[in-house]
Structures are given as structure tokens and as C-alpha cells.
Design a protein around this ligand. Structure first.
Ligand SMILES: [Zn+2]
Length: 359
């Protein structure tokens, strides 16, 4: 069995410092401790609230979702615990990948567990780790405060050693071949710049500048336009040319950033921040009918704009309810136990989107 890994990184802030992690030495296994909260529910929470805690990946029955690049640190173990230093000679946050199991509510445990096991094996393969020595439970590192994920696994009849056996077995199936990464770089990685931000399923290297093209450029152009930096000649065409560069430089100048015409993490965050402040719920009317794959028109466009606003990228705002829009609706629905994950926009989904927009 091979699973897809979705890379949909949160913006930088308290949860994501952007600091490089160095050599990955081990994995810390967690559960969210929040029954029913999904991978995307967690992603949105960390993206918006930016608590000073985080983990690299959240796994539920539908997604293996990396929210922080594996090249960066996440904050998932208190720095004053000593088990990590004793065992590995280093603080967990400086050398470990943090993996969270989502459970409870409507999450199918077997499906989530299978992905959790597979992803641990994937990490062992990727970083050349031994499951028997290099995977540790958060509870083992911080026994006075934590029980994760040992208790949740045990509640489902799985002891820690069975879990490790399952990972070891999954790892054997990796053999020498790398698992197919279903995510595709937007352009060949020609530099050692860290991957910094992402369109769902697509890793993008920042900074982005003149000559780059693709959906991510289009996103940036749409953000620029939204922030009031018009692109009269070419619009949001997905090609980073002189017009876009000039708009970026004007934006950087206006907001006191280094004026280089390149969109790196700082410029991108500023752009998103400016646009976030600008909007109010009334900017996002939501249609009342039912919309689904094949629907078209202004109502679909409203739903797409709203999805984009709440960080569920529906692809191009084109008024066509295609696979990307359907997928964005489904990802949104996966956050709520009350919603069926059918990818169909209707009154219930509308209600929850309204709440999310009014947040
Ligand atoms: Zn934990």
C-alpha cells in the first residue's frame, strides 16, 4: 500500500519558525489529544492561531498532511524534558520529526492508523532510521504530562511494540525504491533554497521571481490584485514578468520591506496579512443552493472565493465546479463531524463556511 503525502504548509509564525532542523535523528510519535479533530482542522488551527507548538505532519483517515517542511523545526516536545537528550544527545525539536495521529469523532481509526504506520516507515526510509531505536512516543519523553500516542493506540488494542512491529514491516516493503512522491515540484530544484510555501500538492521553492510561472505565481498575482496592486496588462496569468515584478516592488516599498522584486516568505506573509485584514464577511456572500461537480456560474465563483479566503485553495476562481473545487470543499468538510465529505456544497456546508468566514 502506498499513500499520498499532501504538502500544504502553514505560514510562518509562532508555529513555524522556518529554522532549519539539521540532521533528522529520530521521530516523535504523537496523537492530537483532541478527538475528532482532523488533519485539515489542525492545519487550519495552526495556520491561523499560530500557537507556540506544532508538529510536522497530521494524519487522519484521509490525509497524510505535512504542515511544516521536514527541513524545518517544529515545536512538539517541551525543551526541558531530558529523555531526548539522554537517548539521542539532542533536544527533540532540533532533530526529530513530530507526527500526529488524528483520531476519534468520525475518523476511521483503522484507516488513520494504516497511514500513520506507513508514514513512520516512509520517514525511516527517507532519513535512514531504525524503527526499533529511532521512534519514540511523546509519552516516553514527557511521562509526567503526556500519554500520547500510547493510550490512544492501546484503546484500540495496539501496544507500542505492535506499532513498532507494524512500522518495521511496512518499512521492508519500501525496499530500495523510494516511494512515489505524488507531489510534483513546480520547477526542478536547482538551488538549495528551502521549500517554503505550497499550493495543495505542489511543492514550491521560494523566493519566486521574474521568469517563474505556474499556479503559485497566479496565486501571488491574485493576492497582489486583491491588495490593490493592479496588473492591468496581463492580469493573474501565472507568469512572473516585469509587470508582476514592478507590482511586487511597489508593494515591498509601501510596506517597508526590502525592495528586490522577489516573493520570499516575508513578502508572501505580508501580502497575506494585508489581504486578511482587508476582508470582512460581507465581502464573501455565499449562495444558498446546492452546487456540485459540473455546476457553473457566479454562485460557484462565490464559493471558490470563500474557500480561498479560508485557506482551502480551490484552484483558479473560474466559476466552474471542477475537481479542484470539489476537493477543496471535501477538505473543508473533513474538518467537521457534522458534514458528509461528499464534495457537494449545500446548506450545511454553507453554514460552517459562514462560521469560518466570520471568525
Ligand atoms: Zn504529543
Amino acid at each position: 500500500m502506498v499513500y499520498e503525502i499532501t504538502r500544504d504548509y502553514i505560514r510562518t509564525g509562532n508555529s513555524r519558525s522556518g529554522q532549519r532542523i539539521g540532521t533528522v535523528r529520530f521521530i516523535v510519535s504523537h496523537d492530537t489529544g483532541n478527538p475528532g479533530s482532523t488533519a485539515y482542522g489542525n492545519r487550519n488551527y495552526f495556520d491561523r492561531q499560530q500557537p507556540s507548538a506544532s508538529a510536522h505532519a497530521f494524519i487522519d483517515d484521509k490525509y497524510i498532511l505535512e504542515i511544516i517542511p521536514l527541513t524545518e523545526k517544529a515545536w512538539h516536545v517541551r525543551s526541558n524534558v531530558t529523555g531526548d537528550n539522554r537517548r539521542y544527545g539532542v533536544n527533540a525539536n532540533d532533530a526529530a520529526i513530530g507526527v500526529e495521529l488524528c483520531h476519534g469523532g468520525k475518523i476511521n481509526f483503522q484507516q488513520a492508523y494504516a497511514r500513520y504506520v506507513w508514514y513512520h516507515a516512509y520517514l525511516c526510509d527517507k532519513f535512514n532510521l531504525n524503527p526499533r531505536n529511532d521512534i519514540i512516543a511523546h509519552a516516553t519523553l514527557d511521562p509526567s504530562r503526556r500519554t500520547d500516542p500510547i493510550n490512544v493506540l492501546r484503546n484500540h488494542g495496539i501496544s507500542w511494540s505492535v506499532f513498532i512491529d507494524d512500522v518495521a514491516e511496512a518499512l521492508q516493503n519500501f525496499g530500495n525504491s523510494n516511494p512515489p512522491d505524488t507531489t510534483t515540484p513546480a520547477k526542478p530544484p536547482t538551488t538549495s533554497k528551502p521549500p517554503a510555501s505550497v499550493v495543495k500538492g505542489t511543492t514550491v521553492k521560494l523566493p519566486i521571481g521574474e521568469g517563474d510561472s505556474g499556479p503559485f505565481v497566479q496565486d501571488i498575482q491574485e493576492e497582489l490584485i486583491k491588495a490593490g496592486y493592479r496588473l492591468p496588462r496581463y492580469g493573474a496569468d501565472g507568469h512572473f514578468g516585469e509587470e508582476t515584478e514592478n507590482a511586487v516592488m511597489r508593494f515591498q516599498k509601501d510596506y517597508g520591506l526590502a525592495v528586490d522584486g522577489l516573493v520570499g516568505p516575508i513578502t508572501l506573509n505580508k501580502l497575506q496579512e494585508v489581504n486578511h485584514q482587508r476582508v470582512s464577511a460581507s465581502d464573501f456572500p455565499l449562495p444558498t443552493g446546492v452546487l456540485k461537480r459540473g455546476s457553473q456560474g457566479e454562485a460557484v465563483r462565490q464559493v471558490q472565493r470563500a474557500l480561498k479566503q479560508i485557506n482551502f485553495n480551490p484552484g483558479t476562481i473560474d466559476g466552474i465546479y471542477g475537481p479542484n473545487t470539489e476537493d477543496a470543499v471535501r477538505r473543508f468538510q473533513s474538518m467537521y463531524a457534522a458534514l458528509a465529505d461528499d464534495g457537494i456544497y449545500g446548506p450545511n456546508t454553507r453554514k460552517y463556511m459562514r462560521m469560518e468566514l466570520d471568525d
